[in-house]
Design a binder for this molecule. Sequence first.
Ligand code: URA
Length: 287
Amino acid sequence: MAADRSEPGIDPVRRAWLRELGIERLWNLPAGAAASPPLVQTEYGDRGEAEGDRVQPQSGTDAPALADARATPETTEPEAILEPGMALADPASSPAPVDPEQAWTTLEDEVRNCVACGLCKGRTQTVFGTGSRKARWMLVGEAPGEQEDRQGAPFVGRSGKLLDSMLAAIGRSRQADVFIANVIKCRPPGNRDPLPEEVARCSPYLMRQIALLNPDMILVLGRFAAQTLLETDARIGSLRGRVHALSVEGKSVPVVVSYHPAYLLRSPAEKIKAWQDLRLALSVGGA
Ligand code: URA
């Protein structure tokens, strides 16, 4: 179960997490009351750090329209990610077993044995995803890095620790309250960006995971995952701060975009924006 999520009266543990995030003082401010951080040049580097965006100076506040976002969700209905015939792995098209537990197991087996693209040759193991299969939130990252490939779980390195802190700051845990997956289930060599063909072959697995979980909200972490899921070239800065809609197996799922934790580690001034994104996510996916 999720811990108490009410904003005032933070318990000491959560306060400690907020302090680590550098946002303790901001917890009780109205959304958007924090001053904008200075212009920051995006750095490029390891997985998730190249957000491909330059922070735009804002006048007065960088706050997204939190109140409006839920009332007027953007109804972009991305077209199918796959072109017909491109996907060797297409679990979404096979008849789903009725039992959800069985469906998860079947999908996990399919991913474990997947040889649909060249990434299977270099992997130690696939990284299916972790968390609760009853979670109301899904978090989606890019692809496993070295640590994830070794341990078989997403976000287990430094960026994973920051992600855990961010979740703890809103009273949620990776084990109980979210399911975390990546667009790509195998580590790309040298942490390079996944290739379009790899995305085409792997993303049906993610779509199936979304359909099985049926989350109230998807929080997309980083430029690559956001552009892939939303099928856009738009910069992450312009995708943040509003609610998108993703159509998965006939159902529309709200999507909130935020920065990748690895990017936040390199650009700590941006944590305030990630905080705003979490607040938006709470307003969409249940406070
Ligand atoms: N970066 C990601 O996008 N996913 C992981 O699992 C780890 C790092």
